[in-house]
Structures are given as C-alpha cells and as structure tokens.
Design a protein around this ligand. Structure first.
Ligand SMILES: Nc1ncnc2c1ncn2[C@@H]1O[C@H](COP(=O)(O)OP(=O)(O)OP(=O)(O)O)[C@@H](O)[C@H]1O
Ligand SMILES: [Mg+2]
Length: 257
C-alpha cells in the first residue's frame, strides 16, 4: 500500500524569527587611565531578513555595537544570542569560529589584502573555513560575478576603483553564506555614484533575503532600510520601522515581530 506521508517542511526558523537578540549589553573600554562606557545597556532584536540602519552622532557607540554584533569583540555585560547561540561569554577562538560561520563584515576602508587579487581576497574566509581549493575558487568566481566584477577577478586592489573594492569586500563578506551581513559606513569613503552602486547592491542582497545591519551617516542608505535605530551616548534612543519597509521580513517566514 502506498501511504501518503505528510509533507516534510524545511527546517523551521527559531519560533520568534530572531537572528539577533541582545539584552542589557554593556561595553566598557578600559584604557588604563580612563574607562569609557561606550554602550550602557542595549536591548536589540533583529528578525531574519531585516535591513537595519544604525545612525547616531560620532562617538555614540555605533561601531562598538557593530563589532559586538559581529563577534569581533566581547561585551562587558549582558546577553547576546546570535542565531539562538549564546556568544557573549565565548573565548577568542570560539568567537572567531562563530564569526566565520555566521557573520560577513564590510568596512569603510574595504580592508582588502593589497598583495592578493580580487579572487584571492574573496577566497580568504573560505580558506579559514576549511573549504577545499576547487570549491573556494568556484564560489569566489560566482561571488564576484554576483557583484558585477566577473571581469576583474585577477585585479589587485590598487587596480580597482573604490566602489569596485567595496564590491569585492561585499563578495568576500558573503563567501561563507553568513546569517548576517554587517557594514560599518560602507559608502563612507566612496563618491556619490560609487556609493549609490554599493547601496543598490546591498538592497539587492536584501531583496534576495539577506539580513543587513548597516552603520551609516548616509541619509539615502537610512531611507532604503526598513528599520532605523538611533544610538546616543551608548543607548538606543529611537527604533523606527520606516514607510519604505518591505512587508516585514519576518512575515516571510511566518512569524510576527
Ligand atoms: N578601542 C577603544 N578604546 C577606548 N575607547 C574606545 C575604543 N573604541 C571606541 N572607544 C570610545 O567609545 C565610544 C564609542 O565609540 P564608537 O567608535 O563606537 O563610536 P561611533 O558611534 O562609531 O562613532 P563614529 O561615528 O565617529 O564612527 C567613543 O567615546 C570612543 O572614544
Ligand atoms: Mg564608528
């Protein structure tokens, strides 16, 4: 007899759809002489598929927050779940492992290795991620094609424009298929036209389902995001879903937020 089996569903996202959950996060920098309390109790949650712009004055704690979100640094207090995994208390090695698996990072100054080609730069995280040579190369070529640089794979950073360098950096950030893409002022060093290209690329990634958190002074960027949070003096003082919001990303996985 041919039993009709119930259809298997794809693995369910966490019931609340949150990829990021921060509670009472604090960060104190101890420089020896003085202590700077850069974050003073951040509660912050992000659903899968959101595009969050983080804004606020210089020195308010935006980069500090992004570095903690991206597991580049550890908080002085509070709890942080990334993809449901507690990461606040991890040591450096375990933190690096989580970072490599779950996070893609894009910096204002691109942070490409100057002696390597575009292709080799994009391959870098996969090398650390233990991905074999052939597969690394295949994914790196595909990634560079995706950001519109299929014809620049053998160029070194000095042979690329700023906008192109940032697109290489985005391809590198996506190489390990991260859960979240974090960017700190990704258009800060670019002219208007290259900045617009990078913004369009980020928006396209978002439309394809990526979760983005972008620190920015760029009002065009903040307008495109579906959510803007404002940091002042180490605290979240505003959190708005904007009118341009896509139907909440969370609803695409059947969860409310
Ligand atoms: N490594 C560090 N050691 C000591 N203090 C630091 C360190 N990094 C940042 N700070 C301090 O922490 C506070 C927050 O800095 P942060 O870099 O997060 O600000 P920001 O909002 O990113 O500013 P900007 O818009 O200028 O980039 C500032 O007062 C800064 O001086
Ligand atoms: Mg900063």
């Amino acid at each position: 007899m041919n039993w009709a089996l119930p259809k298997r569903r794809a693995a369910a996202p966490p019931s609340n759809g949150h990829i990021i959950q921060m509670r009472a996060i604090r960060k104190v920098y101890d420089t020896g002489k003085i202590q700077v309390e850069a974050l003073r109790g951040i509660d912050f949650e992000v659903c899968r598929g959101e595009f969050v712009a983080v804004v606020g004055p210089s020195g308010s704690g935006k980069s500090t927050l992004l570095n903690l979100l991206g597991c580049l640094d550890t908080p002085s207090g509070g709890d942080y779940l990334l993809g449901g995994e507690p990461v606040a208390g991890l040591d450096k090695d375990r933190l690096a492992d989580v970072r490599n698996r779950r996070v893609g990072f894009v910096f204002q100054n691109f942070n490409l290795l100057p002696q390597l080609t575009a292709l080799e730069n994009v391959e870098m995280p996969m090398l650390f991620g233990g991905i074999g040579r052939k597969e690394r190369r295949r994914r790196a070529v595909e990634g560079l094609e995706k950001v519109g640089l299929g014809d620049r794979i053998d160029h070194r950073p000095t042979e690329l424009s700023g906008g192109q360098m940032q697109r290489v950096a985005i391809a590198r950030a996506l190489a390990m298929e991260p859960d979240i893409l974090l960017a700190d002022e990704p258009t800060g060093n670019l002219d208007t036209s290259s900045g617009t290209d990078v913004l369009s690329l980020l928006e396209e990634l978002w439309n394809q389902g990526s979760t983005l958190i972008v620190v920015t002074h760029d009002t065009a960027m903040a307008r495109r995001a579906n959510r803007v949070i404002e940091i002042r003096d180490g605290l979240v003082v505003d959190d708005q879903r904007t009118s341009t919001a896509r139907d909440s990303a969370a609803s695409s996985d059947g969860t409310a937020n």
